[in-house]
Design a protein around this ligand. Structure first.
Ligand SMILES: [Zn+2]
Length: 211
């Protein structure tokens, strides 16, 4: 009798505990994924330091041709838990290339990232948002687009970028930015501060897609 009582009493407590610690509770706060294309650049380290100081993770889609000489930057990205994805080697529109060339653009970039991180990324932001399906890229690649375009490369004006993004942003958004302009890095850190003030949780794109 005593044993049976123990089991039935313990089970609901355990269940309740499990429910309280699932993502359901966490998802009560709105979430946003900040993404950065075209790097790494000389400005990326400043961005990484700013994100580290704020305890925030983002996603970086790297151009293969920008990787050599910036290995330390990429190591810091990995150390700090950012998602590292592929943005082709030469920033090309994959659908304009032959199958062999397209595959080469993707695979060579993933290989360059692998050499530094030991991880073969599954995530790609295809340049111009155009993905070429059906090719063998060695692993299944997951194309990640965006829902808010900061137009940071176009305006290169910090207050304009920050206001533009803050006007549009909502729960579940993936924000497109570029870590190759000083103004983009300044804007990104201001956007992080504003989002945190507004109660947003900043996540990587794999976390966003997983839910
Ligand atoms: Zn790009």
């Amino acid at each position: 009798m005593a044993a049976a009582f123990f089991i039935t009493a313990a089970a609901p407590a355990k269940e309740r505990c499990a429910r309280e610690t699932t993502g359901e509770t966490a998802r009560e706060s709105p979430r946003v994924a900040l993404t950065f294309d075209d790097g790494p650049s000389d400005y990326t380290i400043t961005l990484l330091d700013g994100l580290r100081a704020r305890g925030v993770k983002a996603s970086f889609f790297l151009q293969g041709q920008c990787i050599e000489g910036r290995e330390e930057t990429i190591r810091q990205m990995q150390e700090d838990g950012h998602l590292i994805g592929n943005h082709t080697f030469h920033h090309v529109q994959l659908t304009k290339l032959s199958d062999e060339q397209a595959k080469q653009e993707v695979v060579s970039t993933s290989n360059a990232i692998y050499k530094i991180t030991g991880i073969y990324t599954s995530y790609i932001r295809p340049p111009f948002g155009v993905w070429k399906r059906g090719l063998d890229y060695n692993v299944t690649m997951i194309p990640v687009l965006w829902t808010v375009d900061s137009r940071d490369w176009y305006t290169q004006n910090t207050p304009v970028i920050v206001n533009d993004v803050m006007k549009q942003v909502k729960d579940g958004d993936i924000i497109l930015m570029h870590d190759c302009f000083k103004t983009s890095v300044e804007s990104a850190l201001q956007i992080v501060d504003r989002l945190k003030q507004d109660g947003y949780e900043l996540v990587t794109v794999d976390e966003m897609i997983a839910d």
